[in-house]
Design a protein around this ligand. Structure first.
Ligand code: MN
Length: 257
């Protein structure tokens, strides 16, 4: 089974090595195509106004001056003669749950694989202030191959990607696997941090307050991670809200425009 590995933390990220190890536990045919630099938070962006620079850094290892989406397209449509049967994106340094999913370059790598018709997984390792410098990569490394293998055996539906988050604890402390829904965070946590440069001019960073404000809802990715369980969420490419679509269809069927 041919596997394409990418990430959003960049070609030098420790999580990429972990992802490659996970891929190697599943197959010998592993290819790595990852961004030259950290692309965290770029979501599903495509480089349309800048050229993509491709750098071969070793056997089956390539760096692309672009986004995770660029990397997957580059891998599938240019580097590989035969397309991969699986795309793995990660392992991200930090969880990608709730609204993170909409900002995440890691999830986007799996989105692009899915767009191209390839079963795809986003893999993320949660950390805390204490484990920021040394996340429990061993947890992702231990559990990811089995989760991926079993999910593939069941068959991933078309247009669905699998978002897997590993809790901030060592493997022996993991309390199981929870199949979850995408949660919802308290967006009061999002804020702008103002600073001053050397000439007294203001500049700003987007920042998040550290602590979760409320107890996450039952069945969510947030709750699974908060309770040291591995979160597995199937995500659809189709973002249509069908119940509201039905109501809108009724509304505009009657309306005279
Ligand atoms: Mn990242």
């Amino acid at each position: 089974m041919r596997i394409l590995v990418t990430n959003d933390d960049g070609i030098h990220a420790p999580g990429l090595v972990v992802c490659e190890e996970i891929a190697r536990a599943l197959s010998d045919d592993v290819w790595v195509v990852a961004p030259e630099t950290d692309q965290s938070g770029v979501s599903h962006s495509l480089s349309l106004n800048d050229p993509l620079r491709l750098r071969k850094i070793g056997e089956r290892h390539y760096a692309v001056k672009g986004t995770p989406t660029d990397c997957v397209i580059m891998g599938v449509r240019h580097i590989l003669d035969t397309p991969p049967a699986l795309v793995l994106s990660g392992v991200n340094r930090g969880q990608n749950v709730a609204e993170d999913v909409t900002y995440s370059g890691t999830v986007a790598g799996a989105i692009e694989g899915t767009v191209l018709g390839i079963p795809s997984f986003a893999l993320s390792q949660a950390y805390s202030a204490e484990t920021r410098q040394k996340p429990f990569w061993e947890t992702a490394r231990t559990f990811a191959p089995g989760i991926i293998r079993r999910t593939l055996e069941t068959g991933v539906p078309r247009d669905v990607l699998i978002n897997v988050n590993f809790p901030d604890c060592p493997p022996e402390a993991v309390g199981g696997i929870a199949v979850t829904t995408q949660g919802k965070r308290d967006q009061d946590l999002l804020r702008i941090e103002a600073r001053q440069d050397g000439r007294g001019n203001p500049y700003y960073w987007i920042a998040f307050a550290r602590r979760e404000r409320s107890t996450p809802a039952h069945g969510t990715d947030l709750l699974a991670i908060a309770t040291n369980r591995i979160s597995v969420t199937p995500l659809r490419l189709d973002l249509t809200d069908e119940p509201f679509m039905t109501r809108l269809a009724e509304l505009f069927a009657e309306a005279t425009v």
